[in-house]
Design a protein around this ligand. Structure first.
Ligand code: IVH
Length: 675
């Protein structure tokens, strides 16, 4: 493990403390902008903390130079303007940081001195996500806001409604509850989202925190719904209608009893018990399903917490313990270029093997040529490596000061390294693509995807066997899998009778996979398992889906322009049509998806509704969320399947179309009435 030193800190000597303070103001403001507003951090948390600590230390020596707007005095970043502002009823403070057991002991000594007694502490994981403040009134979730600057945050209620594990209704508490927690993306959801984005040639998220932030702060709640966000709650901000619990552990029990997702892996004890657990957490953190960047230690006694109060920035009775930055140094031995099933060329760093965050790493994706250039990573460079989201090996930066002149600049090939076809890079995309659909790499990767667990799930047909079958000319594409026989398999090296039978049995089972799984397997751009399921639930057969036009597809809730267009284009393609006929000839008969029962009560249950124009009071997202709660499907274009069109000011062509089709048109007042 090594300690990170900010390059600028090391190489940019300040003339004097005054100049240095001013430099730090600017630098921290720049880093804040990138982190909070662009969700694209420029440095690691450890580097950021180092700068902030340096500034705090300098300000302590020269209080006369401390500006009122100093970042050392602020709770968080600036808020974005695009969401409606929410004034927090209770300010959302931040936490002071510690980095060692001794600093935690100092914290406890301060608390116990003020409380004039010895205390019990609770330790929780520090989730690396983003703060959320939720309001439950009369048992219902009525508001969700980000932290913003601690006083005013953003209204992200509609987006929060899409988080699967958060109940919209409490078990039985009917008073008023403001609760604080962290929205996060699990390591797995993050890895899968990035994999999908890389396949689609989109930019990837640097870590789960950014992925969660980027997903929560979407003006279109449908996008948030398509990302797998989760939430852990860990504190009550305000409670009316019942006694405030006496200890923090009881607070967590109360939240749990109301059916809320409460932070797990909590322990308690005196400060020595807490400190003794720090070392085991270094290991344990990697086993969690979500990313944490430290631990939070809180006084258990709620009365004492209240009495200790807070400084301008943080409560006195809670503190964060930040894990040491887990980054290691290694050498880039080579940069190779891989070809994915969609033809995207991805540079891959081959590394001198090194242990980081619990496993040995010898490769790291470099995503695309812009990323290599931005980080100036050269072949032969010493680099800093960590695991983004605790899973994906990522080069943080190259250590340019360690170069000896032998390093080579990487040049992205403009031809496919596998088949030699001329590659191209579309405007606005980060990726170069090989256009050749018969490119051996694309075919191989396509088949691997086709048989994978989330697609046709043909167990036993792994990458090695696929390579053997391709080399022996037994298969040329995925459809050929369904004409494989015992005679094709048995002559292959290391293939016994039993294994061959197992593979054939798995293929037989795959013939009757659900339609959604087949759709995900086909490699239709932007259609993964989630979109596949959605389409399958709305179209009874492959034939019906193949015949659907863009409008019909758009009528499916959560299917937007990009997917609709992609599906229409895919089914119109001659080669794809031929592939489908061959799958059918091979006995593939996808099973219809079981459709979940829509709500059966109320005017909008099971109805398809389109919103158009500006409504006098409700925002588009608010209206959509309320309709969906009432069991309606809100779609973006009017078709003959539409039941209602809600029209506001300046409604245009959708209104005309509704009139033409004779669809019931209502205004906001009637909508609210029916709701
Ligand atoms: S308690 C008054 N508990 O860490 C502050 N915070 O660096 C109360 N965080 O802004 C916060 N996990 O977003 C608390 N178990 C946990 C946490 C946690 C993550 C975040 C929170 C806070 C930040 C401070």
């Amino acid at each position: 493990m090594i300690k990170l030193i900010n390059e600028k800190t090391a190489v940019e000597p300040a003339d004097n403390d005054y100049a240095r303070i001013n430099y730090l103001y600017e630098e921290i403001a720049r880093l804040n902008r990138a982190y909070y507003e662009e969700d694209a951090p420029l440095v690691t948390d450890a580097e950021y903390d180092a700068l902030l600590r340096e500034l705090t230390a300098l300000e302590a020596v020269h209080p006369e130079w401390r500006r009122a707007d100093s970042p050392s005095q602020r709770v968080g970043g600036r808020r974005l303007e695009k969401f409606a502002p929410v004034q927090h009823q209770v300010p959302l403070l931040s936490l002071a940081n510690t980095f060692s057991g001794d600093e935690l002991r100092d914290f406890a000594a301060r608390c116990e001195k003020l409380a004039e007694k010895s205390l019990t502490y609770v330790m929780e994981p520090k989730i690396d996500g983003l703060t959320i403040a939720l309001a439950y009134e009369n048992g219902r979730l009525t508001q969700a806001a980000t932290r913003g600057d601690g006083m005013v945050g953003e209204n992200v209620w509609e987006n929060v409604l899409t988080i699967a594990d958060l109940p919209h209704q409490l078990k039985d508490f009917k008073g008023r509850l403001l609760v604080r927690g962290e929205v996060y993306m699990s390591k797995r959801a993050f890895a899968e989202l990035n994999e999908q984005r890389e396949t689609d040639g989109e930019t990837t998220f640097a870590n789960p925190r950014n992925a969660a932030a980027g997903s929560l702060r979407q003006l279109d709640a449908a996008v948030t719904a398509s990302r797998r966000l989760s939430v852990w709650l860990y504190d009550i901000l305000l409670l009316e209608g019942t006694e405030w619990p006496q200890t923090h552990l009881q607070t967590l029990d109360f939240l749990r009893a109301q059916g809320l997702p409460v932070i797990p892996e909590v322990s308690s004890g005196d400060i020595e018990t807490i400190v003794s657990q720090l070392t085991s957490w270094q290991e344990k953190r990697h086993k969690l399903a979500f990313d944490i960047d430290g631990l939070v230690v809180k006084v258990d006694d709620e009365q004492v917490r209240m009495e200790l109060g807070s400084t301008a920035k943080a409560p006195r009775a809670a503190i964060a313990y930040k894990f040491p930055a887990e980054a290691v140094e290694t050498t880039v031995l080579d940069i190779q270029v891989g070809v994915g099933r969609t033809g995207v060329l991805t540079p891959l760093a081959v590394l001198e093997p090194v242990w980081v965050a619990g496993s040995q790493i010898s490769k790291a994706t470099l995503h695309n040529e812009d990323n290599v250039a931005a980080k100036d990573i050269r072949i032969g460079d010493r680099v800093l490596l960590h695991k983004a989201g605790d899973v994906i090996p990522e080069i943080i930066k190259s250590l340019s000061e360690k170069r000896n002149g032998q390093e080579r600049v990487f040049v992205m090939p403009h031809t496919c390294p596998e088949c030699g076809s001329a590659a191209s890079r579309a405007e606005g995309e980060a990726a170069w693509r090989c256009p050749n659909r018969s490119c051996p790499a694309r075919v191989r990767e396509g088949i691997e995807h086709f048989v994978s667990r989330q697609a046709m799930y043909i167990e036993g047909l792994g990458p090695q066997l696929i390579n053997q079958l391709l080399a022996a000319g037994k298969i040329h594409d995925a459809a050929d899998i369904f004409s494989l026989t015992m005679d094709d398999l048995l002559p292959l090296e290391r293939m016994g009778k039993k294994s061959a039978q197992n593979v054939l049995a798995a293929i037989e089972q795959a013939r009757r996979r659900p339609l959604g799984a087949l759709l995900a397997a086909l490699g239709i751009p932007y259609v993964g398992s989630k979109a596949g399921k959605l389409l399958a639930a709305n179209f009874p057969s492959l034939e019906r889906l193949a015949a659907a036009d863009k409008e019909e597809l758009l009528a499916v809730a959560d299917i937007g322009d990009i997917i609709a267009q992609s599906v229409v284009k895919w089914f119109a393609d001659k080669d794809n049509q031929e592939m489908l006929s061959r799958l059918a000839a091979g006995g593939v008969e996808p099973q219809a998806e079981v459709i979940s029962q829509p709500e059966t009560e109320g005017a909008f249950a099971g109805k398809v509704v389109v919103l158009t124009g500006t409504l006098p009071n409700l925002s588009r997202n608010e209206a959509k969320a309320r309709l969906e709660k009432a069991g309606a499907k809100v779609t973006s274009s009017v078709s003959r399947k539409t039941d209602y069109v809600v029209a506001g000011e300046a409604a245009g062509s959708k209104l005309e179309k509704a009139q033409e089709f004779g669809i019931t048109i209502i205004d906001e007042a009637e909508l609210l009435n029916l709701l």
